[in-house]
Design a protein around this ligand. Structure first.
Ligand SMILES: *Cc1c(COP(=O)(O)O)cnc(C)c1O
Length: 433
């Protein structure tokens, strides 16, 4: 058990975090206590300039064509921001495609992913002239060929190859190994067959190869292995593009460090050079763009002391706004925004309000000793795969999301209301209510 009493590591907070006159946390010049009072809790607070800075860093490191993986966090404000900063957008379903298009992102700036794209998803994307389709299976190729035979223009495609690389990350987010539902494996010869078919099919313009080894990967070495594994294919076919997907890890808790986007790009570029790859190399960061940009604010509702066991601190959200701990056993830090630099002497387990014992947000987190009911409690680094993977399990209302910048806060996703819970509900198919 960790009994260290250190304050929250400052590096886990968004770029534009600062300390107010009373020791409270400000983000983007906005007092987090005031944000909670104005917008309610739970609340996702994103530092807009942090998001913009990471998008710019990605464009500087990889060049235009680098895409933001929208599944990490998507709403129209986020789609617009990434687009404005020069990124393309990765979408992996018709739903993500729709949100990006509803924002006004032009189809040529979208990259369509997915291991099971439906005919309808492909029809819309091809019909509008989507920028790239990352082809994942022979069944998908057949669908594309059928749609093009029906009169749609042949799309530009990348072939997704499963390079046979086992990155050190949670098995649920590892995608580069042979035993994967994604892509064409190298070991079975499918990668070769897929490239040969795409190269000769009049229904596709083959422009490149794609390989995504997984998410929350810390060691550049795994991306280098992926480059080594796909280099032969890129060079043999003289393809102009290579995308290494996303997957760059971020630090969530004390003691973790991750490469920057710039470092990651440099490692990938070095590996490409070493393999004689002249293709334009790009990537699709999601987590590295949004994770550290946000904190989640909660209100403490109950505190339960179990002498000799643990202290449960229950907040007004939980696995519905951050399912990562229950899905992957992910760790988070916790702190009190009213005293962001205070020593954290009390060991607690932060839990949500759902009817599950697994509804834990922070196991053995540390908070100041004077924690009390009614306090605002926060978890940092919640900007990726929190809101986007959220649910309204137990009919808990989905939190609002605010972007803060230069002392101003704007709502980009409003809080769900009780009426929203009935919006899709049909009680009497004949009646009006
Ligand atoms: C999930 C995913 C990404 C983004 O991954 P991060 O770990 O968030 O950077 C990029 N590309 C593909 C194909 C993905 O599935």
């Amino acid at each position: 058990m960790d009994t260290s009493s250190a304050p929250l590591p400052w590096a886990l907070l968004p770029d534009n975090a600062s300390v107010g006159g009373d020791g409270q946390l400000l983000i983007g010049g906005c007092d987090t206590l005031e944000l909670a009072a104005e917008f309610g809790t739970p609340l996702f607070v994103y530092d807009e300039d942090h998001l913009r800075a990471r998008c710019r860093e990605a464009v500087a490191a990889f060049g235009p064509g680098v895409s933001y993986a929208t599944k990490a966090f998507l709403c129209r404000a986020m789609a617009r921001l990434a687009f404005e900063e020069g990124m393309s957008l990765d979408v992996s379903t018709g739903g993500e495609y729709h949100v990006a298009r509803a924002t006004g992102v032009p189809p040529e700036r979208l990259v369509l992913h997915g291991n099971n794209k439906s005919v309808e998803e492909l029809r819309v994307a091809l019909g509008e002239g989507v920028g790239r389709v990352v082809v994942d299976s022979f069944d998908e190729m057949a669908r594309i060929e059928q749609l093009v035979a029906g009169g749609l223009a042949p799309p530009r495609v990348l072939i997704r190859i499963t390079p046979g690389v086992e990155a050190h990350t949670h098995e649920f987010v590892r995608t580069g190994q042979d035993d994967s539902k994604f892509g064409f494996p190298v070991y079975s010869g499918d990668a070769d067959r897929a490239l040969a078919r795409a190269a000769t099919s009049p229904a596709m313009e083959l422009v490149g190869i794609h390989a995504h080894i997984g998410s929350q990967v810390f060691e550049a070495q795994f991306f280098e292995l992926a480059v080594d594994a796909v280099a032969g294919f890129v060079n043999a076919h003289g393809l102009p593009e290579l995308s290494l997907g996303g997957g760059l890890g971020v630090a969530y808790v004390e003691g973790e460090t991750a490469p920057t986007i710039t470092d990651w790009a440099a490692a990938i570029h070095r590996a490409c050079e070493a393999n004689g790859i002249t293709a334009r190399v790009t990537a699709e960061p999601g987590r590295a763009i949004t994770a550290a940009a946000a904190v989640t604010l909660y209100t403490v509702g109950t505190i339960k002391d179990l002498p000799g066991i643990r202290t449960y601190v229950a907040v007004d959200g939980g696995m519905s706004d951050n399912p990562r701990p229950v899905l992957y056993g992910s760790g988070y830090e916790t702190f009190l925004p009213r005293a962001v630099q205070a020593p954290r002497l009390k060991l607690v387990t932060v839990v949500g309000k759902h009817c599950e014992s697994g509804d834990r947000l922070v196991v053995d987190g540390r908070v100041p000793e004077d924690l009390q009911v009614g306090d605002l409690l926060a978890t940092p680094v919640t900007g990726a795969y929190g809101h986007s993977m959220g649910s309204n399990y137990n009919k808990v209302l989905r939190p609002a999301v605010v972007f803060v910048r230069d002392g101003d806060a704007r709502v980009v996703v409003r809080r769900e209301t009780l009426d929203d819970l009935l919006r899709l509900d049909v009680l009497d198919p004949q009646g009006s209510e």
